[in-house]
Ligand binder design. Structure first.
Ligand code: ADP
Length: 740
């Protein structure tokens, strides 16, 4: 009785194990898992049939249960065979053989059930044990052995494919298949053992349950883990960084190939006292930190060459999920190349910066040197224009004036560019009247446009406030650059300038300026380059048009410096439109009304702005012709001009006479302008006379520099008549000046 109860309990246990395994297998998404599940399902049915065998109370019932049991074992083995083939990647062989095996299993199943009719597989007989409990046992007939052979053949085939795969795989994967093979061999062995013991009831199916659970454990836990460990080890040996792991007792448990090679690490003897770890300990761990990074330098000899190696060593404590320290790791990164490249890049950058500085200095010097003679040319030319009546000569002089103006604007462009490059461009905001600005621009460009038979139209929002605050000079420069380009690159039609204001608050507005022309236009490809420095687009067509390719670069930089934006759109053959938007401060909101052009009554003809016949000034310059220029420019103001050709002479004159104002050139042979200034301002009769420095140094910051030295003001060459007169009005004693 007890024996029976034990059989039934063991079988129940087997069913429970199988159900658990079936449930767990749901997580495995591979096709082979499905086959293992089918095998386990068959196993469950077989166990239930087995329970019925144990519980049967007559021969017929036992016979039915035995048939069910034997036939399900057929299918169990078929599905196990399928699992083994899929797991060992023999999918194609499964496809080819499954038809035959299914056929054989079907025949065997039918044959088993025909046992009722022919009794060719087994017969049932009753046996009573010592405690009086009866068992229905099977006596085996030849066909049963055929059934058994078929089952073992299928099993053998599965084993053959596993062994084949083990032989073919490389070591890492052998373990994966060996475990499955071991599980199946255990089943076969236990089965044989059971037969040898010839127990009363068949419990071999229990082994299938155990094997199923073992296989599941292998394919989901053990095999992937061991594979992962081996793969991780290999991967860590392949990477070009070092890794050293320590356990909680600070014993080295792992060092990858890189760490071992670079620092001669032997895991057995390596500890916290060895380099490079000991340096990290001193700098980070002893300070109580749980992670950190230090640079580390090592002098090494590699391939017989001494070399300094740079490393970055990262340290961190390792903790588990509950934040308990379980060890620590050190990550070693070779930064030798990085440091070498950084040094090279730094050197290259320094070289480039130096070259750039040299270039800017060269440009500034060049423009200085060109300005000095240009001062004489333009100044004396101005004299010709003022005194000469002969229209032919006046014509020549006008040409000189225009060419001089172009040359000057070119020099100014170069200077602006070098200022921008050196980040030295500064804005000088002033209050200005927008209409006056537009009017000046119109006056200036009208003549240029007329020479090419082009129109120039300017419109302005009638709500435009009467006084704005911004860098008028730079705004003028932006507009002039764009408009002069528009005229340059237009053959017929003209240029339209439209100015709108978009009030942003009661204090600020956005000045929206649209300048469009009907010129040659710019191709789409060229549009993306027109703001590049020294870049002239459409060179073929524009070869005969003067330009440096700097104008728009400066324009864009200026607009951005003024916190604005510039956009350009163009259609080749139709024209180009530039849109500039700039924030400006409103000083007086009174609307200016419609923009009307106001022609200057006097035209360009010169008219002195003041007269000061009693004023006496001193001009000092080592270039004679410059002295002449100043004298000539001031002729109509009746100011008395004394001239000195050097510092020494000027100092002497200042000792003898009191002047109302002194103009002093900077660059002179010793004593230069500054030395002369220092002398004059401490001794003689002119210690409190305003002294204005004359210089071709128009670099940004020059005015501040001169004021710091003590000069009252600064006038850049070439000297312009209006600037010179304005300076005198400012510095001459007011009682001596009569404004015109
Ligand atoms: P440049 O001194 O050559 O005029 P810019 O920087 O002012 O230099 O302009 C760059 C290039 O952009 C010019 O060479 C010209 O090809 C093109 N460009 C500028 N404005 C116009 C325009 N209004 N129409 C057609 N092309 C233009």
């Amino acid at each position: 009785m007890y024996t029976k109860a034990i059989y039934v309990m063991v079988d129940f246990l087997a069913v429970i194990i199988m159900f658990f395994t079936l449930y767990a297998l749901d997580n495995v998404k591979h096709e082979y898992a499905k086959w293992l599940k089918r095998a386990l399902m068959m196993g469950s049915i077989a166990v239930v049939a087995n329970i019925f065998v144990a519980l049967s109370y007559n021969a017929l019932m036992a016979s039915v249960a035995y048939c069910a049991y034997f036939s399900t074992i057929d299918w169990l083995l078929y599905f196990l065979y399928g699992f083994c083939l899929l797991y060992t990647e023999h999918d194609d062989i499964l496809k080819k053989t499954s038809g035959l095996i299914v056929f054989l299993m079907l025949v065997d199943t039918v044959s088993i059930y025909l046992n009722f009719a022919f009794g060719h597989h087994f017969y049932i007989y009753e046996d009573v044990d010592s405690s009086g409990v009866s068992y229905f046992l099977t006596g085996l007939r030849p066909f049963y052995y055929a059934h058994l052979t078929l089952d073992y053949l299928v099993m053998l085939a599965a084993l053959v494919f596993i062994v084949y795969r083990i032989v073919k795989s490389y070591s890492l994967y052998r373990v994966k298949y060996s475990i499955i093979l071991s599980c199946l061999l255990v089943v076969v062995f236990l089965n044989l053992l059971y037969m040898a013991l010839s127990l009363v009831l068949d419990i071999s199916v229990v082994f299938y349950a155990v094997a199923g659970a073992l296989v599941y454990g292998s394919i989901t836990v053990f095999v992937p883990r061991s594979l992962m460990n081996v793969s991780l080890g290999r991967a860590l040996d392949d990477i070009k960084e070092g890794l050293i792991l320590f356990d909680i007792n600070d014993s080295c448990i792992y060092a990858n190939a890189f760490a071992k090679n670079r620092f001669n690490i032997d895991e057995e003897t390596y500890n916290f006292a060895c380099e490079p770890v000991s340096s990290v300990i001193k700098e980070i761990i002893l300070t109580g930190e749980t992670f950190g990074e230090i640079p580390y330098i090592k002098n090494a000899i590699r391939d017989g060459i001494a070399k300094t190696e740079h490393y970055k060593i990262k340290f961190s404590k390792l903790t588990d999920k509950n934040n308990r320290v379980i060890g620590s790791y050190f990550l070693i990164q070779d930064t030798t190349e990085e440091i070498y490249y950084l040094a090279t890049i730094n050197e290259a950058k320094n070289n480039a910066d130096n070259a750039n500085r040299a270039k800017s200095a060269f440009l500034a010097n060049m423009s200085h040197e060109i300005r000095t003679p240009l001062n004489s040319v333009l100044g004396l030319n101005e004299m010709i224009l003022r005194s000469e009546q002969d229209p032919e000569i006046r014509g020549y002089a006008e040409e000189i004036k225009q060419s001089g103006a172009i040359l000057l604007s070119l020099i100014n462009d170069i200077l602006d560019f070098s200022k921008i490059e050196a980040n030295k461009m500064e804005l000088v905001p002033v209050e200005y009247n927008p209409h006056k600005l537009l009017n000046d621009i119109k006056q200036y460009f009208e003549q240029l446009a007329a020479e090419k038979d082009l129109y120039i139209k300017i419109t302005c929002d009638s709500e435009m406030p009467s006084v704005l605050y911004g860098d008028e000079k730079r705004l003028r420069q932006v507009l002039s650059n764009i408009i002069s380009n528009a005229i340059k690159y237009t053959k017929e039609g003209g240029v339209t300038v439209n100015v709108d204001c978009n009030f942003l608050s009661h204090k600020t507005l956005e000045l929206k300026i649209e300048i469009s022309d009907t010129g040659i236009g710019i191709s789409e490809h060229d549009l993306s380059h027109i703001f590049d420095s020294f870049k002239r687009v459409n060179e073929g067509q524009n070869a005969t048009i003067q330009g440096t390719g700097l104008g728009l670069t400066i324009t864009k930089e200026l607009v951005e410096l003024m916190q604005g934006h510039i956009l350009v759109s163009s259609e080749p053959g139709k024209g180009t439109t530039f849109n500039v938007s700039l924030p400006q401060t409103i000083v007086d909101k009174t609307p200016l009304g419609p923009f009307e052009e106001k022609h200057e009554v006097n035209g360009p003809k010169y008219q002195e702005s003041f007269r000061a016949p009693t004023a006496n000034i001193l001009v000092v310059d080592d270039v004679q012709v410059n002295l002449k220029v100043v004298e000539a420019l001031l002729k109509r103001t009746l100011v008395k001009v004394d001239k000195a050709t050097g510092g020494a002479q000027a100092i002497k004159m200042c000792d003898e006479k009191k002047y109302d104002c002194i103009f002093l050139d900077h660059r002179m042979p010793s004593p230069d302008g500054i030395e002369t200034f220092r002398e004059i301002s401490v001794s003689g009769l002119n210690t409190d006379t305003p002294i204005i420095v004359l210089t071709a140094n128009a670099l940004s910051g020059a005015d501040v520099k001169y004021r710091q030295i003590g000069f009252s003001d600064y006038l850049s060459k070439p000297i312009k008549s209006d600037e010179l007169e304005a300076m005198l009005i400012k510095y001459l004693p007011p009682e001596k000046v009569t404004l015109m």
